[in-house]
Design a protein around this ligand. Structure first.
Ligand code: GLU
Ligand code: ASP
Length: 493
């Protein structure tokens, strides 16, 4: 097995704006992957519920929103399996590459006129593909630097900018293509994006040196058989359960969503409990894990609101706002570019603010609490918009303001959360930390699968009002708990 020193020594340490050349490869691979992902998601919801005569699938709108949430949840849940495969079988480089191929095939499936069958096939491919690619490509970023390298954090910031640049450009391009040439053409643009990402990765892979070239904890021959029998047995049980539910007529989206919601909550709970009880976890690490629980719960609340920008709020923009600008009709998909645009514009400001504040800057739990205040405000603004408008179409600038508020919260939580996770997770589970952090997004969207149903049952103002207030309430609780949490973090900031 390779040591960390051997890996870092094999990586060219310069060549990309003062960073290892490999960061260039990872930056553009992830740029294009996120380009394809967020481009696809910007039009997918409309593809599902638009009438057949408008090029859509004509699904019920609530069902479309449930599917979007389940899909988003599974995409981040599959990261645990993707991380495991890289760790024990393939190594991160191969996982990223194979994952990218599956994602591309998934987008190709949607670019063909295959109806609902193609939709589900595409989802399966993209769930597995993203599970293989997303946590692993981020993990390789960490592998490029020696542990004490001062450039590591800024490396992650550059990478994060790449994510958001891809997420910014694609809704514009994919949305425009869809408007001019229809949905399948839009999805084809996403497929081309992933193809470019794969080419970049393949051609510049040598910049990564040995980073991610081998599994870090390979399965031993004896373990192999046992593991594959467990996987095989699990697959059979799932298949049988699926067939029984189908034959008894219980296989509905609603029932499936209940399963995903349960899993979304259960998996992180079991995972954290498992780490806590592991003999490899020492007393300090146990205390840190306990400190991590309230942070994780708040991250779930935050992502539940943030992720609704591509479901509930996307639907709101499409159906409840006035998109005519004179004679020109704004594409509702373009609104998905706002979040990453604000992130790109504001991330440097936040970074400068933390540097300036130095030691006086807020602690991690406090930042999380503030982020919940902004997330809550973003929903309360929607209540104001709806009440002030009365009947008729809402001015879409309200939604722009709502997205802006979410981004202020996101900048307080997203980059901070990832680094907090890497520091708070027990050493023995370091390889799974990326996946652990993504489980917050998985749980959030698993819960959203139920929330989007409630949205149809209650008034818009009570929906946004109650969730906004809940987020602020959780923020207050976290703020009150923050000295205690900071103490339990045992020296970690
Ligand atoms: N939007 C970010 C990304 O796609 C954050 C994802 C998340 O943690 O949910 O990488
Ligand atoms: N801000 C998200 C992320 O960091 C992107 C998005 O929601 O479009 O990638």
């Amino acid at each position: 097995m390779l040591s960390k020193e051997e890996i870092v020594k094999s990586v060219p340490q310069k060549g990309f704006i003062g960073h290892p050349k490999g960061l260039f490869s990872l930056f553009f691979t992830e740029f294009w992957e996120r380009f394809s992902y967020y481009g696809m998601r910007a039009i997918l919801i409309f593809y599902m519920y638009y009438a057949v005569k408008d090029g859509g699938l004509g699904l019920d709108r609530t069902q479309a929103n449930i599917i979007m949430s389940i899909y988003g949840s599974l995409i981040y849940m599959s990261g645990i399996i993707g991380g495991w495969i890289a760790d024990r079988i393939l190594g991160t480089q191969k996982s990223v590459f194979y994952g990218g191929i599956m994602i591309m095939l998934g987008h190709i499936a949607l670019s063909l006129p295959g109806g609902v069958t193609a939709l589900y096939a595409s989802m399966v491919l993209i769930i597995i593909g993203t599970g293989l690619l997303k946590p692993n490509v981020s993990a390789v970023v960490g592998d490029l630097y020696a542990d004490n390298d001062a450039r590591r954090d800024s490396g992650f910031t550059i990478f994060y900018m790449g994510i958001n640049m891809g997420a910014f450009l694609s809704p514009l391009l994919v949305g425009w293509t869809q408007k001019e040439w229809g949905f399948h053409a839009g999805f084809a643009v996403a497929a081309v994006g992933m193809f470019v990402g794969l080419v970049v990765f393949w051609v510049t892979k040598k910049n990564l040196g040995l980073a991610g070239s081998q599994p870090t904890n390979p399965l031993l021959p004896g373990e192999r058989k046992k593991t594959f029998s467990i996987f095989g047995a699990a697959a059979i049980v799932i298949a049988i359960a699926g067939v029984i539910t189908y034959l008894t007529g219980n296989f509905t989206i609603e029932n499936f969503s209940l399963l995903i919601t349960t899993l979304g909550i259960l998996i992180p709970t079991v995972f954290i409990a498992y780490m806590y009880r592991s003999p490899k976890t020492n007393a300090d690490e146990k205390s840190r894990l306990l400190a991590y629980i309230p942070l994780f719960i708040c991250a779930v609340m935050f992502w539940a609101i943030q992720e609704q920008s591509s479901t509930i709020l996307a639907t709101f923009v499409d159906t409840r706002t006035d998109l005519m600008l004179g004679n020109f009709e704004i594409s509702p998909a373009w609104f998905q570019s706002l979040n990453p645009l604000f992130i790109i514009a504001l991330a440097p400001l936040f970074a400068a603010m933390w540097t300036k504040l130095g030691e006086r800057g807020p602690s991690t739990p406090r930042k999380f609490a503030y982020s919940l205040f902004f997330a809550g405000a973003s929903f309360l603004i929607m209540v104001a918009a709806i009440i002030l408008t009365g009947t008729g179409l809402v001015n879409p600038l309200w939604v722009v303001l709502s997205f802006f508020l979410v981004v202020l919260g996101e900048l307080l939580l997203s980059p901070v959360g990832l680094s907090a996770t890497t520091k708070l997770a027990p050493q023995a589970f370091a390889g799974q930390t990326m996946a652990l952090w993504f489980l917050a997004s998985a749980a959030a969207q698993a819960i959203n699968a139920q929330l989007v149903r409630i949205y149809e049952m209650v008034s818009e103002t009570s929906y946004f009002g109650v969730l906004g207030a809940l987020s602020i309430f959780l923020g207050v609780v976290l703020l009150l708990m923050s000295p205690m949490i900071s103490r339990a973090m045992r020296g970690i900031k």
